[in-house]
Design a protein around this ligand. Structure first.
Ligand SMILES: C[S@@+](CC[C@H](N)C(=O)[O-])C[C@H]1O[C@@H](n2cnc3c(N)ncnc32)[C@H](O)[C@@H]1O
Length: 412
């Protein structure tokens, strides 16, 4: 179609030249007219030649190489991705030009600042410094089962909690000196004893990496506590209670559950496979440091759960399911008790709490069956028309009632 347009334009041009020559005939030689027509024909031929050159099919690869260099490099990185085969069949292989290797850009050394006022040493990073993104990407991008090495903790209060609980702080990023000053003593101690690296970074970078709408200005990478918890002695002895989370999908809820368990305090929390990550930022915020205070076993399957019950009390262990749904308890038989009348407790007690959408799972009921008569459903009576409480609220009520019973039992 394009050729036709050009051809018509050239033909019009030739006609005009002819007309012009007719007018000029008297003053020019016959050879001159011929020359002009020849010129016009040459122009036409050249134009078509050129247009042919321009419209030769170009390989997709070559086009991408010229116009979208990033796309090509992406394809190279993902060689298994399907290529545009339709385009490639018509393509002529493009000669691969050898380009000289680009020398690595030399970065200016990061200045070390010795702050005499705070008595701290830190490195000042530039905007979008690759060092910060490398460290944080590594923590964030790890798969969950590999994540057991490091966690990201944001905000002064939570960082302080982590330090007080004895967690090892690997790196600390701050944007303003006054925020760092609020933690000066603990940070100085961590720098001396744990060789914590401190970085001053632009507020923009903290905003980029923060999981909060308003970044609190302090962000740290800590070593995650081991599943058996930190060796630090608690002031209060934990009660013989294991809380099992069954399909808890909301990090805020999981955080609140862990916070309550740490407040009782329970012996441990088991987070079964299918729950959200108890170490992700929102869960840590919801936990307010609870995660640092008691053992948390994450991503545990129902088959593995018995291994987490202390062996010496396994035979006398009681299992309670917090159940809001009376039709479920009726179907599965077994005893159902009002949470305020929980009179029979064991040397160890497992309390299972269900997920936000589907409640307690079939796996949980199968687990309860393993202990026979020592398994019960526990419910909190609610006003007509209200189906259930929020999972963390329900757990809090049942746990504190259970605590009362266990303490009374010990005193008796
Ligand atoms: C929000 S509820 C689950 C609601 C779910 N749609 C259902 O009907 O099963 C989450 C969990 O909190 C606990 N829960 C909530 N209200 C309760 C109640 N009144 N008594 C006992 N447990 C309760 C249960 O473990 C429940 O599985």
């Amino acid at each position: 179609m394009f050729y036709n347009v050009v051809r018509r334009a050239i033909q019009t041009h030739i006609k005009n030249v002819n007309k012009f020559q007719i007018v000029r005939l008297s003053s020019s030689s016959p050879g001159g007219v011929k020359d002009d027509i020849k010129d016009a024909l040459d122009i036409e031929a050249n134009l078509f030649d050129n247009s042919m050159v321009q419209h030769q099919p170009v390989s997709t690869r070559e086009a991408l190489r010229k116009h979208k260099p990033t796309l090509i490099s992406k394809q190279k990185r993902e060689p298994n991705k399907k290529k545009d085969t339709a385009a490639d069949t018509t393509a002529t292989p493009a000669p691969v030009k050898k380009t000289a290797p680009v020398p690595p850009v030399k970065r200016a050394p990061t200045p070390l600042i010795k702050d005499s006022e705070l008595n701290l040493e830190f490195l000042r990073l530039t905007l979008q410094d690759p060092l910060m993104s490398t460290l944080l990407t590594e923590v964030r991008s790890r798969k969950r089962h590999d994540k057991n090495k490091q966690i990201i903790v944001e905000g002064r209060r939570l960082i302080q909690e982590a330090l007080q609980s004895g967690l090892k702080m690997l790196s600390l990023f701050f944007s303003q000196k006054d925020q760092l000053a609020l933690l000066r003593d603990q940070v100085a101690q961590a720098q001396q004893e744990q060789n914590t690296k401190i970085y001053k970074v632009p507020q923009h970078d903290l905003k980029t990496w923060s999981s909060l709408v308003t970044p609190p200005g302090l962000l740290a990478i800590f070593e995650r506590p081991p599943p058996q918890g930190l060796q630090q002695r608690q002031d209060t002895d934990p009660l013989p209670i294991t809380v099992v989370c069954d399909n808890i999908r909301e990090p805020n809820n999981l955080g609140s559950i862990i916070r309550t368990c740490a407040a009782v305090p329970c012996s441990q929390v088991v987070v079964t496979h299918g729950c959200c990550d108890p170490w992700e930022s929102k869960a840590l915020r919801g936990g307010c440091g609870g995660q640092f205070r008691l053992p948390i076993h994450d991503d545990v399957t129902w088959e593995q759960l018995p291994l987490h019950i202390p062996a010496e009390v396994a035979d006398t262990c009681h299992v309670f399911i917090a159940e809001n749904n009376p039709s479920k308890t009726a179907k599965r038989a077994g005893r159902t008790v009002d949470y305020a009348e929980l009179d029979q407790t064991g040397a160890h007690n497992v309390l299972i709490i269900g997920g936000e959408s589907h409640g307690v799972s079939d796996d949980a009921y199968s687990f309860m069956k393993l202990v026979g008569d020592r398994g019960k459903c526990v419910y909190i009576p609610l006003a007509a028309g209200i189906d259930s409480l929020n999972v963390a609220s329900a757990l809090t009520l049942i746990l504190f009632e259970l605590r009362k019973k266990l303490i009374n039992k010990t005193n008796d």
